[in-house]
Ligand binder design. Structure first.
Ligand code: ARG
Length: 264
């Protein structure tokens, strides 16, 4: 093979892999929940209504999401009470953020401390479409094998195809950090502030567009969708920020802003 064809081959290969990667990003193997039955989830959007990440309401003024979802306070909008992103259902509450508090030690290289708090300018109204999620206690853990629910507006199919505009959800088991860190899996890149969840055969997982969204176990928000290798691949569970390791930081951050009226 001559050099130009070889280069072309490499380019096609790279593009194909990238296309696959992109197509594989979103909740895989899940289903559409009863509309408005998952009331604590929010869609983080750009001010021109492009969905970028999920998030979770933890009280009327605060949302938890991933630090890598930080697009800047001026570009972000929070939508609660949503189900279909493309249809106006009359249940949506669109609220602008007042400020963003990404974790001060967020490391974009190894995805460590991938957590961010979003303070809303106005409180959400809690009603039959919108509610909050409970947080785990500082340091609490969920046992391996316990089933958790991850939800989001991410891609549904590893073969690409359509981007769903309705919410999807799936139940997956917690994987021990030991297994997740084994050489057949993530080879030591999982820190103790991360949590892995997924079936060993793959098939069900979160994906790009689901980032920042909730992983709820035993009725509490134990994980924030953070990263993975592809989506729903056997041997590679999804990796979540372990919320229980940040309970103190969350409480301290929220109380340090309590009663502040500054507009920045
Ligand atoms: N980083 C992705 C996002 O920004 C989420 C990836 C989750 N991947 C996974 N296989 N669970 O939306």
């Amino acid at each position: 093979m001559d050099l130009p064809s070889l280069l072309l081959c490499i380019l096609v290969e790279l593009l194909a892999v990238n296309c696959l990667d992109m197509a594989e990003e979103r909740i895989v193997g899940g289903y559409a929940p009863v509309p408005h039955s998952i009331k604590y989830i929010v869609s983080l959007q750009t001010t021109d209504r492009q969905h970028i990440c999920g998030g979770t309401l933890i009280n009327k003024y605060w949302v938890i999401t991933a630090a890598h979802c930080n697009i800047g306070v001026d570009k972000m909008m929070v939508v609660a009470g949503d189900y279909s992103l493309s249809i106006y259902e009359g249940t949506e509450q669109e609220i602008l953020p007042q400020f963003l508090v990404p974790h001060p030690e967020h490391d974009a290289l190894n995805n460590n401390n991938d957590i961010m708090l979003v303070k809303l300018r106005a409180p959400v109204y809690l009603n039959s479409y919108v509610s909050i999620a409970l947080l785990p206690k500082q340091g609490a853990s969920v046992a391996e094998g316990r089933m958790c629910r991850v939800s989001g507006w991410g891609y549904t199919s590893s073969s690409g195809g359509q981007i769903p505009s309705t919410l999807r959800t799936v139940k997956i088991p917690v994987v021990s950090t030991e297994k997740c860190n084994s050489t057949e899996s993530f080879s030591g890149t999982i820190t103790e502030t991360m949590l892995c969840a997924g079936f060993s055969n793959g098939g069900k997982d979160a994906c790009m567009g689901d980032s920042g969204g909730p992983l709820v176990c035993e009725g509490r928000l134990y994980g924030v969708v953070s990263w993975g290798r592809g989506c729903a691949e056997a041997g590679f569970p999804g990796v979540y920020t372990a919320v229980s390791k940040y309970r103190r930081w969350i409480d301290e951050t929220i109380s340090s802003y309590y009663g502040r009226c500054d507009n920045n």
